[in-house]
Design a protein around this ligand. Sequence first.
Ligand SMILES: NC(=O)c1ccc[n+]([C@@H]2O[C@H](COP(=O)([O-])OP(=O)(O)OC[C@H]3O[C@@H](n4cnc5c(N)ncnc54)[C@H](O)[C@@H]3O)[C@@H](O)[C@H]2O)c1
Length: 349
Amino acid sequence: MKNGTFVIGLAGGGCIAHTHARVFQSIPGVKVLAVAEPVEARRKEFTEKYGIERAVDDYSKLLDMEELDAIVISLPNSLHAPAAIDAMKAGKHVLVEKPMALNAEHAQKMVEVQKETGKTLMVTLQGRYGTGIQLAHKYAEEHLGQIYYGRCAFMRRSGIPGWGSWFTRKDMAGGGPCADIGVHALDRCLYLMGYPKPVSVAASTYAMFGPDGRGKGDWGYPEPDGYFDVEDLASAFIRFENGATVILEASWASHWPNRYWVEVLGTEGGIICSDNIKIYTDRLEAPINITIEPEKDNGSLNMSKHFIECCKTGRTPDTSAWHGLVLNKIFDAVYQSAANNGKQVEIDW
Ligand SMILES: NC(=O)c1ccc[n+]([C@@H]2O[C@H](COP(=O)([O-])OP(=O)(O)OC[C@H]3O[C@@H](n4cnc5c(N)ncnc54)[C@H](O)[C@@H]3O)[C@@H](O)[C@H]2O)c1
């Protein structure tokens, strides 16, 4: 950090990198100096729209830019681990997009390199940084008692991102909606439950829309000559070391409406988080329900500020590499179980 300015480079100049450029540029004392993106038109958009001074065609060209304190990785999932590992070894802090890695093996390596280098490695699970979920978490910690059951879902009716591109290719994405958007719902659910250690998973996945080109959404850069070999719906039953269980559902395409919610049950109360927070408990020996309408704030901004603070102070991020690893281990087990007719898969620790 020179002259008090925290300097960032963007690895990947696709869709989500625009959010990172906007949000980081809005934080005082932060400069987005460079973007790495192989597609020329996308590079140009970044330099023109955000005034980013340097544009290169591959993330590796960011690594020896001495001015950079941190690299924000918005690359296809298969490149998350290679880029994060290279960046940390080059002395940069890393904010990596979710899911943290293509699979648990990649995630494990990232965790190890983070420990070796001591650099900040944080996962962009922005759903954790809003006021509503923070209130729900505080209430869960203090008042729910033993939390033993959770359900969470991120369901889209017609939202397959970038059909045919890396998004719908198992070798580059790792999986479909389970890893892509289920990750947000599951992370919030586990956060409310105190992030218990998962021990086994039984799951089924389906591909009823994607292979026929149905259910496309408007995110990403579709590739009509590409292909679709991931799921478009996943349903999983996850068991934890402390006896708790969670049901996770995620879809990119289905004949159900768009929904994103998390609900957890404890011995002293239950919480349902969707657009608002609902708390169900007993008072004076009678059931009462409380609804909280949280302030509409910006989870991405809160998350990005938290990242800068962690880099500057060495604090472990709230959405750490360890959380990323837990989620990747669950997703590996989901896909393994689904490939074995839903047979329960034990998670190796
Ligand atoms: N946090 C969220 O809610 C959220 C939302 C959307 C996407 N994401 C994640 O962000 C990541 C990127 O998603 P996206 O929607 O921006 O995808 P995208 O396809 O729009 O962007 C990825 C970009 O990476 C570029 N790229 C490929 N190889 C590169 C290399 N070697 N060096 C530099 N750039 C390279 C591609 O050309 C592309 O422009 C994914 O991991 C995705 O899961 C997160």
